[in-house]
Design a protein. Structure first.
Length: 311
């Protein structure tokens, strides 16, 4: 199994929809070209941002195919295949492998609670085994799955390949939780064996200081140049500039999070010239007055001047 660790910014991509909720995959090439132009170094498809859990399996496969075709191997594509049905997750994993994606990733089943690392490892091993030639990242997002187990313990359990009780293809975690101490423990485990990818945009600077090499996020769709400035400032040791960039990120996220987040993000993308349609229920859309409030809030922090750099 070939695996190259992720690096830089990886955009958690949106799924374009028509006004009636049908897929609009013809818009995927425009999304990809914009992200590549903005300096993004990977795409994470059908995750929380892409409303993977609100799509049928056939729709998820169609979206995956559209992104893989549009990328043309320029950047790695990671496909989120998690599902409450492990059999459906396996079907999605097998399909993703057939497209030669860079990696697959999965949230855990979450309707019935998972209360131990052992059970979590067994579930993820079952999913990952459907794509035995494809690197696997566990998607840790306890705010949505309500599974907040210690990830360093999970990794230790998952390392038991020789006993047949591990995850043979596990290469890392998409770590979408604010616990930097657990994140650091995962980075340091087994002499840095695992690729632990940060997933909380408004805390990127802290994750860089902790040692992350890559980050997956939704706001990279609207402000990748801002985060590239943050990364560059950190790497050059210019901490005042790095903190200023992170402060702008926090202000941006706060302005957007006053509304249903992903619906508001799609409105911001529309303001920037990329219409990806609405979100699906249960995510509600913004009213016209809320769209006006959103624009006013973003104007107040200068968002449209600095979000995507000089245009």
């Amino acid at each position: 199994m070939k695996h190259t660790p992720l690096s830089g910014l990886v955009a958690a991509t949106y799924t374009p929809l028509e006004r009636d909720g049908r897929l609009a995959t013809s818009r995927v090439p425009d999304i990809v070209e914009r992200l590549v132009e903005d300096g993004v170094r990977g795409l994470y498809v059908c995750g929380s941002t892409g409303e993977g859990m609100s799509l049928s399996c056939d729709e998820r496969m169609e979206v995956t195919e559209a992104y893989v075709a549009a990328v043309r191997e320029r950047v790695p594509v990671i496909v989120q295949v998690g599902h409450n049905s492990i059999e459906e997750a396996r079907r999605l994993a097998e399909h993703a492998q057939s497209l030669s994606v860079a990696a697959i990733s999965a949230t855990c089943p979450s309707y019935y609670p998972i209360t131990s690392s052992r059970v979590l490892v067994d579930c993820m091993a079952d999913i990952a085994s459907a794509a035995p030639e494809t690197p696997f990242y566990y998607y840790h997002i306890p705010v949505l799955t309500h599974v907040g187990l210690d990830m360093s313990t999970f990794l230790c359990e998952a390392c038991l390949e020789s006993s047949g009780r591990g995850i043979d293809t596990l290469v890392g975690i998409k770590f979408s939780a604010p616990q930097l101490h657990d994140f650091q423990a995962c980075l340091e485990l087994a002499d840095g064996r695992f690729d632990i990818v940060w997933g909380t945009d408004e805390m990127l600077l802290g994750a860089l200081a902790t040692g992350t090499r890559a980050a997956i996020g939704s706001t990279y769709n609207i402000a990748a140049p801002l985060y590239l400035e943050l990364e560059g400032a950190f790497e050059s040791g210019d901490m005042p500039r790095a903190r200023a960039a992170q402060s702008r990120s926090v202000a941006m996220v706060r302005a957007i999070a006053r509304f249903p987040f992903h619906s508001a993000m799609k409105e911001v993308l529309r303001m920037q010239g990329l219409d990806l349609g609405p979100c699906r229920a249960p995510l509600r859309g913004l009213s016209p007055s809320e769209v006006d409030e959103l624009r006013t809030g973003l104007d107040a922090i200068g968002f449209f001047e600095w979000s995507r750099g000089a245009r």
